[in-house]
Design a protein around this ligand. Structure first.
Ligand code: CAA
Length: 256
């Protein structure tokens, strides 16, 4: 068991704990992470998921290089697809998945962080797609998601340079949403999770779906998807509660 799960006040903190390898991901840990996230998605008592790494040094130092050393092309295809499946589980989650990046987020670790909906980083966090230094290219979504988050130019620089950037550079290019001292990272991430929990869960899920869909559609198609989702909310308990609460000058109660 390399994944720890702690649930408090509708927030599930998933910690990847393989500190002797800086939380590098092998196939077993990938499967465990996938199952854990799917479990959180189907658990009604959970509203927000946070992913972080154990220790103060690494979020995830990437795919397990010692595993990859022994892969042939067929094995690499399976390993790549498994990692991509996990990133899709994260990205498609109707419940927000926040990355608390507490150290190295390298290769597959950076790719798992960019599948998350929001990234908060500690001051000591370091991001990189260093695959080209290993004779590889990113395999868990880096070439596809990174340009969508930081733009094609910044993503190209990171992917073909393979160099690390610190948390402040990650903030500057939009890879990190916010940066905090390490001892405040988890508390600040939980604070944001609590903010989300005050909002309508279906509205949050629909917002995530529309934002995700924006990547694969033209502006007109995306606007159609958005207005359909917008209109379908009308008449639901959640939307009635939100609109009525505003007019009645009270706080909405979406989750009870
Ligand atoms: N896979 C396997 N083991 C890893 C690892 C990884 N990605 N990263 C670190 N480790 C292991 C090290 O081998 C070492 O184990 P041993 O003590 O048994 O030798 C242990 O973690 C501690 O690491 P270091 O001694 O190297 O620690 P350091 O502080 O000197 O350096 C580091 C830290 C700069 C992160 C360095 O460990 C490093 O460069 N790691 C590799 C990072 C990397 O290249 N990641 C990308 C992998 S490719 C990928 O992810 C492909 C993809 O797109 C899916």
């Amino acid at each position: 068991m390399f994944i720890k799960k702690e649930i408090n006040d509708q927030i599930c903190i998933i910690t990847i704990d393989r500190q002797d390898a800086l939380n590098a991901m092998n196939p077993d840990i990938l499967r465990e992470l996938d199952q854990t996230i799917k479990g959180c998605i189907s658990d009604q008592s959970i509203g927000v998921i946070i992913i972080t790494g154990a220790g103060e040094k690494a979020f995830i130092a990437g795919a397990d290089i010692k595993v990859m050393q022994n892969l042939d092309s067929k094995g690499a295809l399976e390993f790549g697809k498994l990692g991509q499946e996990v990133t899709m589980t994260i990205e498609d989650s109707p419940k927000p998945v926040l990355a608390a990046v507490n150290g190295f987020a390298l290769g597959g670790g950076c790719e798992i962080s960019i599948a998350c909906h929001v990234r908060f980083a500690s001051e000591n966090a370091m991001f990189a797609q260093p695959e080209v230094k290993l004779g590889l290219i990113p395999g868990w979504g880096g070439t596809q998601r990174l340009p969508r988050i930081v733009g094609k130019g910044n993503a190209t620089e990171l992917i073909i340079g393979g160099h690390m950037i610190d948390a402040h550079e990650a903030l500057r290019i939009g890879l990190a949403n916010k940066v905090f001292p390490q001892d405040q990272l988890l508390d600040e991430t939980i604070k944001f999770a609590k903010l989300i929990l005050g909002n309508g869960p279906d509205c949050v899920a629909e917002s995530l779906r529309c934002i995700n869909d924006s990547a694969g559609h033209s502006l007109i198609e995306g606007l159609n998807l958005e207005v359909e989702a917008f209109s379908e909310l009308f008449g639901t308990d959640e939307t009635n509660e939100g609109l009525n609460a505003f007019v009645e000058k009270r706080k909405p109660d979406f989750r009870n």
